[in-house]
Design a protein. Structure first.
Length: 310
């Protein structure tokens, strides 16, 4: 088990001033992930702006303190032992503007809320993201998408910082978007703002489309139970969910975690699942699919935290 991070009262106060918000101690991560799973973070803070985030990163880098930057927690499996160091949430970095067909949104803006707010202005660009339970920053990190749309389709520029808090700008080309990946993921960068193009469309048409997409999502996905969405990447030209279903794995469970009966690429927290339950189920499913079909499934969900001796 990794050693717990300790901070002096002076350091905690300094961090709080940088963020413009109080620092939480031993905060249960189960309250901040869509899996509703995860042990305590040693410390948690929420910077109020990209500039504040940059200061926090510079400070933690200089002090040699481990940290995890997270958005909505929709693609994370946090260890039952929790996370050592500092969890930095972007939830307070959620300001955005839309003018002349151009959107500038901070990384903590939630994509479903953004899609709905833009619809109310008769603006489309994030409409298909109405059901993606993630933040703009997380969406950029993994090039999130749905219904034939990807965030890369509308992105024109990304403002980001490196692990030391140094600011930079990346063009769409420099973002090197790919299936479920981007330069942010490959180079360890953190998005702070996105610049994207929007299209003016009749409000009622956009709202009707959002309604149809959400109804379709509810039919196909187990939205009534905690999950992290699709847990495996799709092998080239093949759907991970279809492969898992072909192996007869729907309903397979470990502890309180189970493969969804509605969508085989979802693992759901049926009742009090632990991170260990989910991890063991991920490994079991991947092994059976490999032995049965020869296909290797790679996790899409990120395993973070202290996994020593688990």
């Amino acid at each position: 088990m990794a050693e717990r991070t300790t901070l002096s009262e002076k350091a905690v106060n300094e961090l709080s001033l940088m963020c413009g918000w109080r620092v939480l101690v031993d905060e249960p991560m189960s309250s901040y992930t869509t899996f509703r799973i995860g042990g305590p973070a040693d410390f948690m803070c929420s910077p109020s702006s990209p500039e504040a985030l940059s200061k926090v990163l510079a400070w933690t880098s200089a002090e040699g303190i481990g940290r995890l930057v997270m958005g909505a927690g929709s693609n994370l499996l946090v260890s039952d032992r929790g996370i050592r160091g500092i969890v930095i949430r972007t939830n307070r970095m959620c300001a955005w503007t839309a003018e002349d067909g151009n959107l500038v949104a901070e990384a903590g803006a939630l994509m479903p809320r953004l899609a709905n707010d833009l619809a109310g202005m008769g603006l489309s660009g994030f409409t298909e993201a109405c059901g993606i339970p993630g933040s703009v920053g997380g969406g950029l990190y993994m090039n999130a998408g749905a219904y034939g749309w990807n965030i890369s389709d509308v992105t024109t520029l990304v403002e980001a910082v490196d692990g030391s808090g140094n600011a930079m700008e990346l063009t769409r080309e420099e973002m090197a978007f790919g299936p479920k990946t981007s330069a942010l993921m490959r180079d360890g960068l953190i998005a702070t703002r996105v610049h994207a193009k929007l299209i003016s469309i009749d409000k009622d048409r956009i709202r009707q489309k959002i309604s149809e997409l959400l109804e379709d999502r509810a039919r196909k996905q187990p939205l009534e139970l905690p999950s992290a969405g699709c847990v495996f990447r799709n092998p080239s030209g093949k759907g991970a969910g279809r492969l898992i279903d072909q192996c007869g794995l729907k309903g397979t469970s470990v502890g309180g975690a189970a493969v969804s009966n509605r969508h085989a690429n979802f693992i759901v927290n049926v009742k009090g699942a632990t991170a260990r339950d989910v991890r063991e189920l991920l490994e079991l499913v991947a092994r059976i699919v490999r032995e049965t079909t020869g296909e290797r499934l790679e996790p899409e969900v990120r395993l973070v935290g202290d996994w020593d001796v688990e």
